[in-house]
Ligand binder design. Structure first.
Ligand code: NAG
Ligand code: NAG
Length: 233
């Protein structure tokens, strides 16, 4: 009796050990399938990255980090020429007593941000540019017809693109809204006569004309129109 029990126990443990060994061996054999082989298997060449060719991305594009892209743009001759032209333009406003280092200036439709850089270089820390397409860090994305700023947030709103606006009255209205009472709206337009200036000033319903003159900006003859937001409605 005892011998029978002993022998069946032996059988059971033998079977168990065999199964456990088989499982261990099979697990061990499976590892290389999912794991990373520690040595290169067939070739000594460096593996080359291959990206699928697709119809919408057939040419290889080099990714340029923003800082490098900006460094390249900002050192171009055309960029520097335009920035210095804007610097002259804003220096005139400064000399007229309309702009100082503490002025908060909003540049609407600022493009790549030439005017914002000009203002920053003049020491105005509160200069901001907005455009439909952003150009960081100088220009943020915003719709000029619906500016994401509080009423009266700025001392000066500047734009060189009022006349290209889809809705000039709405555009002008947004410039006025974001400028404080007594603040300025400054626009440059293609050189025009007095009558046309009057038409443009009419778009700014809360402001009155304080100066209009023909100046050169970026090698272009333009009319600079300066309006002051009425202190009372
Ligand atoms: C992608 O295109 C290049 C040349 O146009 C070709 O040499 C390469 O084999 C293509 N790769 C794939 C994955 O089709
Ligand atoms: C600006 O130039 C326009 C067109 O050349 C002219 O009609 C206008 O009188 C000039 N404005 C001023 C303020 O000189």
């Amino acid at each position: 009796m005892e011998r029978n029990i002993q022998s069946s126990l032996n059988k059971v443990s033998f079977v168990s050990i065999t199964i456990a060994t088989l499982i261990t061996v099979s697990l061990f054999l499976q590892i290389p399938k999912t794991g990373i082989p520690s040595t290169p298997s067939t070739t000594t060449q460096k593996p080359r990255l291959r990206f699928p060719n697709s119809t919408c991305d057939s040419t290889p594009r080099r990714y340029l980090p923003l800082s490098k892209k900006n460094a390249r743009l900002w050192s171009s001759k055309s960029w520097m020429t335009q920035v210095s032209s804007f610097t002259q333009f804003f220096t005139q406003l400064h000399q007229m007593g309309l702009l100082n280092k503490h002025s908060k200036v909003l540049c609407v439709s600022a493009g790549a941000g030439h005017e914002v850089m000009a203002l920053s270089k003049m020491g105005l820390e509160g200069a901001i540019g907005v455009e439909v397409i952003e150009s960081l860090p100088l220009v943020s994305r915003a719709n000029p017809h619906n500016l994401p700023f509080f009423d009266g947030a700025f001392d000066v709103a500047f734009s060189g693109h009022l006349m290209e606006a889809l809705y000039p009255m709405r555009y002008a209205g947004e410039m006025e809204r974001t400028v404080r009472k007594g603040g300025l709206c400054v626009v440059v337009v293609d050189e025009c006569d007095e009558e046309e200036v009057k038409e443009i000033v009419k778009l700014f319903r809360q402001s009155r004309l304080i100066s209009s003159s023909n100046v050169t900006l970026n090698a272009r003859r333009v009319t600079r129109i300066i309006m002051r937001h009425k202190a009372t409605d």
